[in-house]
Every structure is written in C-alpha cells, then in structure tokens.
Design a protein around this ligand. Structure first.
Ligand code: PMV
Length: 334
C-alpha cells in the first residue's frame, strides 16, 4: 500500500515547491452530490468505493489565500477567525500541508473566506480544500493539469476533488491501488433552469463527522452491500437524464440516492441518523408538494439540512411552501 506522502511526492515529481510571489488567491465553488460518495476503499488516500456525481454551486464557495507565515507555526483564518490548534480542522489542514512544505521549517498562513450563508450546513471542507490546492498551484507556479489538481484535492478531502469545476462533475472511483485514476472530470453540459434551495433546519454542529460515519457504515452496516449497486443504477440514470434535461428522472434518482445512503447509515451499529424531526417534516412537505403537481425533490448530506432540487418555473411554489429557505442557488447563472 502506498502512503499519502509517497503519493503526493509522485504527483510533485520534477516540480519545485518554491513560492514565486508574496501570496496567491483562488476561488472554488461548493458542490452538492446528486449521486453520493459514501464509503472509502482506502482511508489514507481518500479512495472511494464508488463513483459520484455533483453539481457545483456557481459563485457560492470559498476564496483561499496562501502566504508564508511570519511565525514558526501554521496559521489558519476561517471567515475572519483564527482556527484553534486543538480542532480537528486544524489537524487535517496541518497534516495536508506537511505534504507540501518547501522545507520542514516552512510554515503557511492560510486565509479562507466562504460566501455561503453561515451555518448553511454547506461549510464543507470541499470548496476550501479545492481553493487551497488551486492557490498553492499558482503560488508555486506548478505545471499541473486540472486532473492532477483533482488528485491532490482528493487527498485533502475526498469530495474536494469535485470542487475544481463549475457545473456537473463526475468523480471516477478508479481501481488502481495507488489511486492515480481516482479523480474528477467536468461534464460539458449546462442546465440554466436548475435551482437548489438551501433549507437550513438546524444550526447545531453535526453529532458525527462524515469521515467517521462513512467508516462506521462500511464496517458495520449489512445494507452497505447494496450501496454500490444503487450508485451504479442512479449514476447511469442521472447521466442519461442530464443531456435531455429530464428533471423528474434526474431529481428522483438524486432523492432516492440520498435516502438510500442514509438507509445504509441507519443499519450501521451503532446507528447513525442525521435527520431531525424537522428534516422528516420537510421531506413530507416536499412529497405533498409533488402530489399537488410541483416538481420538487430533495437531497441530504451528512447533516440534518436539505437541499431542494427544482427548476426555475417552480420557484414561487417552493418559496411559498418553504418561506424559510436560506438561499436559492442557480448553478448555471452567468
Ligand atoms: O468529502 P467528505 O468527507 O466531506 O464527504 C462527503 C460526503 C457527502 O457529502 C455525504 C456525500 C458527497 O458525495 O458529497
């Protein structure tokens, strides 16, 4: 088995880790999976068991600036607040940056600003890690293809490998043990009418991280065996719905895929349940709306909040049923 350090060393083969300017900045969008990534075949390299497919959230995401730290320690600022060294987030960033130091006594200062509504349940590390990788590539003037950047972002945070592009993105699970074929590629299709509504149902921190929940599900859930089959079916349906803008086909598979992912967690031991009573109530409202003829669906990630899927023409009906919608994202808006 290849280590993360060896994998990154291979990626950087022949490239110099030397800043060419004082600092560098890059932006990357957040992404929401329509067909989810749930389960790793290699936790060290963040290699998934299945493919996944996402849509990026346009101009909603993270802007990250890298520069050299003026003190003998890494410093991270997140939305204007310094990240404490004791947090899991600090540790993850630190471990990732250890792979990229020009020399062992080189320390980074990283500033990341997310323009997503605070506590949108979308403060996922994906956009932040993707923007960090792009900023580092600029700063070190790396001769890196987008594919290589996707490989690097994946090592930082799995779903970050999908945040390097706007629009629809497909993460190929790959099959090589070193993970060199596990990267994302953009899908050259637009869907200007598509909308995602961010429905914030709880501001509390999630009880269990996606990293831990994934491992627990893979290791203990007997339903997990059905997950790769479910992904294969949903992915092929979604891929065939995209060019035709077949909304009910795409969104019904996205909703079903999210529910199936959560079902694998419910069967884990101990069980993992991200839904709150409010989450389930909102699901019923979505289903009632559909019965009334409004084409709206939902997807849910590792948290209690929902993302509603609909098209522009249904906006008014969706807003009337969910006046508390925090934001409506048009992923393909200019
Ligand atoms: O990349 P992570 O560790 O943040 O995991 C993401 C997991 C889900 O959001 C639940 C699914 C996905 O594909 O984004």
């Amino acid at each position: 088995m290849i280590t993360r350090a060896d994998f990154v060393k291979q990626l950087f083969w022949g490239q110099k880790l030397q800043p060419i300017s004082e600092k560098a900045t890059a932006f990357a969008p957040s992404n929401i999976a329509l067909c989810k990534y749930w389960g790793k075949r290699d936790a060290e390299l963040n290699l998934p068991i299945t493919d996944s497919l996402s849509v990026s959230l346009g101009h909603w995401g993270a802007e990250t600036t890298v520069q050299q730290s003026s003190v003998a320690q890494d410093i991270y600022w997140l939305n204007g607040e310094q990240v404490e060294e004791t947090t899991e987030f600090y540790r993850r960033l630190h471990v990732f940056l250890d792979l990229l130091r020009p020399h062992p006594k080189f320390y980074f200062q990283i500033q990341s600003i997310s323009n997503l509504p605070i506590a949108a349940g979308l403060a996922s590390s994906a956009a932040g890690f993707a923007a960090l990788c792009q900023a580092l590539a600029k700063w070190f003037a790396l001769d890196f293809s987008a594919q290589k950047l996707s490989l690097l972002a994946r090592v930082g945070s799995g779903s970050a490998c999908r945040s390097l592009w706007s629009g629809f993105v497909h993460w190929h699970a790959g099959s090589l043990p070193d993970g060199s074929d596990s990267f994302a590629t953009p899908i050259a299709l637009q869907w200007p009418q598509l909308r995602l509504g961010l429905l914030i149902l709880s501001h509390h921190a999630k009880p269990i991280s996606s990293r831990v929940a994934m491992q627990q599900t893979v290791q203990t859930s007997t339903l997990y065996a059905s997950w790769p089959v479910k992904v294969r079916d949903d992915l092929s349906a979604i891929l065939s719905a995209l060019p035709e803008h077949d909304f009910p086909k795409m969104a019904s598979h996205a909703e079903s895929n999210a529910l199936a992912m959560h079902a694998t967690m419910h069967a884990a031991m101990p069980a993992i349940m991200y839904a709150l009573p409010e989450t389930v109530a909102a699901m019923h409202t979505v289903w009632a709306l559909r019965k009334q003829g409004v084409p709206v669906y939902f997807t849910q990630d590792a948290g209690p909040n929902l993302k509603l899927l609909f098209e522009e023409h249904a906006t008014k009906a969706v807003q009337a049923a969910f006046p508390e919608l925090t934001a409506i994202v048009a992923p393909f808006a200019a």
